[in-house]
Design a protein. Structure first.
Length: 439
């Protein structure tokens, strides 16, 4: 079965405000007030980070790698979300690599970093452990938004994973490769909506989270302006997500203003996506929703499957096409099932995981994608494995099929994030899921 889903990292936690994302105020602007920065990002926005010919954590027969993932046991009191056992999945895949001879004869020495996702300092503590205490060569796995900065900027440590945007990458002080574009793909995604006629002739409003302001200003608004798509209203949510009352109050200001302005289509960008439809559900107002990320749209569905979800009628979202159940696409499937036979048939699209069951598809996808990508680049770098040789190899990797994704990535100096194209997914009320659109 071909389905979708960018890997769910921490976005499901937005539903309960369980992640500490500190913000302070809100704003709603008319289109006359919006003054976006100049155009969308281009290939020139990816300056090469420093990559010294050093190899901390590498010996003649080993490579020390840090594996990062969310410790979801910390949020069980707030939210029923379970991705399975990340450490067990990473271990199974590492064991297979090592059994097969390692990477150019070097065995992987794993160091695990479970992030306390409800602690304001959880990500920082994990970063310090892996970079300062363990002195790993590289960090792989699930990194939430700005958390990557601790590794690639502060501690100058190589990273594979995380939302690699042009803005963050320009500040990196170590090699960084990923398969996620962190919103930079929205220029392409919006063009897909435009080509389908989903934005033309509509009274459009945009809701964004404060942390997503660069994406709004540098990608979304310039793209719409270049295509002569007017924006009736823009609402920037700037409330502490751990304060549900404040979030609800501010989003209701947006809803009332949008309804008064006759808005019939709302584009949801970034952190707003999980909370805005929840507030909309409480009203009779039903504009069409266009989500910028299938990841967050899916997390909203996950947390509200017991409701009628009428607010999602005819809604669309953008994401990367994936297949979790075909071993030719999810190449780690045989390895995981051999190591943990009890998982046979349970590693599926997280969107279709039954309630109260672990979404093993998430942890398997994260572990498989980033270890496979690291392995391919490190092999290409050869025996002389350093930050420089790794980065040079990444820039010359070219076309690469990241496991679970059905569209190929392309790695070069201009595309350290793989440049995997976005696809449109449409809401299926019968299956209560966003499915890859056809045609």
């Amino acid at each position: 079965m071909t389905s979708h889903r960018r890997t769910v990292r921490y976005s499901a936690l937005l539903l309960a405000g369980a992640v500490a994302l500190a913000v302070t105020a809100c704003s709603v602007k008319s289109n006359d007030d919006a003054k976006p920065s100049a155009g969308a990002t281009t290939a020139d926005a990816f300056p090469v980070p420093p990559a010294p010919a050093t190899a901390r954590g590498v010996t003649a027969d080993s490579i020390k790698i840090g594996f990062v993932y969310p410790d979801l046991s910390k949020v069980k009191q707030f939210l029923d979300v379970d991705h399975g056992d990340y450490q067990a999945v990473f271990t199974a895949l590492v064991d297979k690599v090592n059994k097969d001879g390692g990477i150019d004869g070097r065995k992987i020495v794993p160091v695990f970093g479970a992030v306390n996702v409800i602690s304001p300092t959880g990500a920082q503590e994990t970063c310090v452990k892996l970079t300062e205490d363990e002195k790993v060569f590289a960090v792989l796995g699930s990194l939430n938004a700005e958390d990557v900065n601790c590794y690639v900027r502060t501690h100058k440590t190589l990273v594979v994973g995380g939302d690699l945007t042009a803005e963050r990458y320009a500040k990196a002080q170590a090699p960084w490769i990923s398969d996620l574009r962190g919103g930079d793909e929205l220029g392409q995604g919006l063009q897909l909506f435009i080509d389908k006629g989903d934005l033309t002739g509509k009274k459009l409003a945009i809701v964004a989270y404060r942390d997503d302001q660069p994406t709004l200003d540098k990608v979304v608004l310039p793209t719409l302006r270049a295509k002569n798509i007017p924006v009736t209203e823009t609402g920037v949510l700037d409330a502490d997500l751990t304060d549900p009352a404040a979030v609800s109050s501010q989003l209701n200001v947006f809803i009332q203003k949008f309804q008064s302005a006759g808005v019939n289509t709302v584009l949801l960008v970034g952190g707003s996506q999980a909370r805005f439809p929840a507030e909309l559900h409480k009203t009779s107002y039903r504009p069409r929703l266009l989500f910028a990320s299938v990841n967050t749209a899916g997390s909203y569905v996950f947390g509200n499957r017991d409701t009628d979800l009428s607010e999602l009628r005819d809604s669309l979202t953008l994401g990367q096409a994936a297949n979790y159940t075909d071993p030719a696409v999810n190449t780690c499937l045989p390895t995981i099932e051999a190591a943990m036979p009890e998982l046979k048939g349970k590693i599926i699209d997280p969107a279709f995981t039954p309630p109260k069951q672990p979404a093993w598809g998430t942890s398997v996808s994260v572990a498989c994608r980033y270890l496979a990508l690291f392995q391919a680049i490190a092999k290409k770098a050869g025996k002389d494995l350093t930050y420089k040789s790794f980065q040079d190899a990444a820039f010359s990797l070219g076309t690469f099929h990241v496991p679970t994704f059905t569209d190929a990535a392309t790695y070069s100096r201009q595309t350290p994030n793989g440049n995997i194209p976005p696809r449109i997914f449409s809401w299926d009320p019968a299956k209560k899921a966003f499915l890859l659109a056809t045609g």
